[in-house]
Ligand binder design. Structure first.
Ligand code: TXA
Ligand code: MG
Length: 324
């Protein structure tokens, strides 16, 4: 059921559902999340079942602030403290050692836990009402079925799960791609997933360089090579390749998503914004729009190489890898 997330009565109802171990979908500044109380393994199991997600893939726990985060952690390493101080509330998840015996299902059984403090007012109102009902944190992956494109509008969540689920409508998500994830549970911080916060800003707050994920990094869905995929086959191509291919015979159901080529012809076309933040905001809605319009294949112009585009480039290369 789609309801107005700005209605205080709705927030109370949603918090009561969470407290009772039920699922609620809610907006964050990145994407919509599918939430359950994080301290209840049976409630969290409902998320894995609804998404069709493997149980060993850890979820992110959403909290109101650093004090609540501490309840889930065995220790908050200095790097995590620095990032929480710099970027919370906001689009940054820290992985820290988990308090043993707590939120085991949410952590996918790992001895670490991902914590994030969202800034979206509807998410904050929900977390606050839930805490008043003794819910210390809300585990919430993106509110899509496993492997699909993340939802950035309330209607996308209904498209994924139908109308039985309570979905708090908070409008279109401001940022549009998932939070940056930094693993602070190891000796040196590792960037597990890029987001809209640039690597340079994260490294400046840390006072040290981020490492790239290695074989020791936990296996997790957001980091699988093939993820975030629309139904249509995605091909990433350079501007030049795109220009060359478009003058040849075209496949049926072709869609083009390009920044620099304004084209028209017998295919679906959307223009990708020229700015990395705007491109992130539009990305998942554009992929869903192409699917709904019946695209079989989406040719997407490769994003620029600079680090502002890391988050968008990451999502696009995973969408393309699903069909490689
Ligand atoms: O922006 C976001 O982060 C959104 C909104 C709803 O907050 N959430 C989100 O959740 O993207 P999800 O489940 O789609 O992605 C969570 C990712 C996992 O795939 C994994 O990569 C990482 O978080 N993760 C969570 N806990 C972890 C842990 N203990 N160790 C390593 N990675 C972890
Ligand atoms: Mg996800």
């Amino acid at each position: 059921m789609l309801v107005d997330g700005n209605d205080p009565g709705v927030i109370q109802q949603a918090a009561a559902l969470l407290a009772a171990g039920q699922l609620v979908a809610f907006p964050t500044e990145t994407v919509y999340g599918l939430g359950a109380r994080a301290d209840d393994d049976a409630a969290v199991a409902r998320i894995f079942a609804a998404k069709g997600r493997p149980q060993q893939h850890p979820l992110i726990v959403h909290v109101l602030g650093a004090a609540d985060a501490a309840q889930f952690a065995n220790a908050i390493p200095p790097a995590a403290k620095a990032l929480m101080a710099a970027f919370w509330p906001g689009p940054l998840t820290v992985i820290v050692p988990r308090r043993p015996g707590f939120a085991t299902a949410a952590a996918g059984g790992q001895d670490s836990i991902g914590l994030r403090c969202p800034s979206h007012p509807v998410a904050r109102a929900l977390l606050s009402a839930a805490r008043a009902a003794c819910v210390p944190g809300v585990a919430a992956p993106s509110a899509n079925r496993f492997g699909h494109v993340s939802p950035t509008q309330a209607g996308h969540v209904v498209d994924e799960f139908g109308s039985d689920l309570l979905v708090l409508d908070g409008g279109a998500c401001e940022l549009g791609i998932e939070s940056s994830i930094v693993d602070c549970s190891r000796v040196s911080p590792v960037l597990l997933r890029p987001g809209v916060l640039t690597r340079a800003r994260i490294e400046a707050a840390l006072g040290q360089n981020l490492l790239a994920p290695d074989a020791q990094a936990p296996r997790a869905s957001g980091t699988l090579a093939a993820h975030y995929a629309p139904k249509a086959r995605v091909r990433l191509v350079s501007r030049q390749e795109l220009a060359e291919c478009l003058v040849r015979p075209l496949p049926a159901g072709l869609a083009v998503y390009s920044r620099s080529l304004q084209v028209s012809g017998k295919f679906l076309y959307l223009q990708m914004p020229d700015d990395a933040l705007a491109a992130a905001h539009d990305l998942f809605a554009a992929l869903r729009w192409f699917d709904a319009a019946g695209a079989n294949e989406i040719w997407i112009e490769s994003p620029p190489q600079n680090s502002d585009w890391d988050g968008v480039r990451d999502r696009l290369s995973r969408a393309a890898a699903a069909f490689a």
